[in-house]
Design a protein around this ligand. Structure first.
Ligand code: GUN
Length: 289
């Protein structure tokens, strides 16, 4: 068996075209251009790349983005004051604080300052809590991207055994909640899980977000499973790879996402989706121009 290799770049392109059309409609109907404010603190090189990609993607679909850079010495109070200003600015529909933040700053306090209706990353406690009852305003972008990929490939999760490997606040935990909402039977594994293979082998759908190259090898995967690899790891020779041993697993799975070119392009795409969604909500509340 040879798996269908899911083309995340093509799915992202299609979804971004739809987002761009929604942005054009907002302009025509409400004279509104969606706006995203991005706050970046310090000079983490990976964060700089992510923020540059987000700003470029915004421009492509007709979202105004404003990147605000702060020195690592910025105080929590200064950041909170900046976020409060953005909360009050009607031209800003989404606010994103790039993580990680310097250890002197409380991530929790910063994220909770962002207005819920502008929390396009879906990291505010309200949005996280909303996932528990299936009523979040903005789903977090990476699990939302995985959900879109499954929908696009016509893979239903209802009644399926889904194993999520990795229990982070950003990916694993919200992913598990979103899958439960769709009536999957979900197992969540993490670094303390004993005998990981006992769980992965049961999975009709396996979502891996552990940050460990080659963690998942073919003998851990059920024949015909759908394998979604959220990992992005840099090998010593500079190449990128996921958490799944792609060559072997792709001979056993029915569908698999590659790294790069699988889930990655969808994460930024869903940020665009949430931002245009935030602008649509605000425009509808204010009425036509
Ligand atoms: N750092 C790594 N991933 C993310 C993300 O999705 N959002 C933010 N704000 N920071 C990140």
């Amino acid at each position: 068996m040879s798996a269908v290799i899911i083309d995340g770049v093509a799915i992202a392109r299609k979804v971004r075209t739809e987002i761009s059309e929604r942005a054009q409609k907002l302009l025509a109907q409400y004279k509104v251009v969606p706006g995203l404010a991005v706050i970046i603190v310090g000079n983490d090189p990976a964060s700089a790349v992510y923020v540059r990609n987000k700003a470029r993607a915004c421009a492509e679909v007709g979202i105004n983005s404003d990147v605000m850079r702060f020195d690592a010495t910025v105080t929590e109070a200064e950041l909170i004051a900046q976020i409060e200003k953005l909360n009050a600015n009607p031209a800003v529909h989404g606010i994103l604080v790039q993580l990680p933040l310097p250890p002197t700053i409380s991530v929790r306090r910063i994220l909770e300052t962002i207005a819920v209706e502008k929390d396009v990353d879906g990291f505010h406690l309200y949005n996280v809590g909303g996932l528990v009852i299936g009523d979040t305003v903005f789903p977090p972008c990476t699990p939302y991207g995985v959900q879109k990929i499954l929908e696009h490939e016509n893979i239903s999760v209802e009644g399926k055994n889904v194993t999520v490997v990795g229990a982070s606040n950003i990916v694993g935990k919200p992913m598990a909640l979103m899958l439960m909402q769709k009536e999957a039977t979900v197992a969540v594994c993490h670094v303390k899980t004993r005998n990981l293979a006992e769980y992965t082998i049961l999975a009709d759908i396996l979502v891996v977000a552990a940050g460990k190259p080659n963690l998942i090898v073919p003998q851990m995967v059920k024949t015909g499973a759908v394998v979604i690899d959220v990992g992005i790891n840099r090998l010593p020779d500079g190449r990128l790879c996921g958490d799944v041993e792609f060559e072997g697993v792709s001979k056993k799975a029915s569908h698999i996402t590659p790294v790069p070119g699988g889930v990655g392009p969808m994460t930024v795409t869903m940020l665009l989706d949430n931002t245009v969604g935030a602008a649509e909500r605000a425009a509808k509340l204010r009425g036509p121009a």
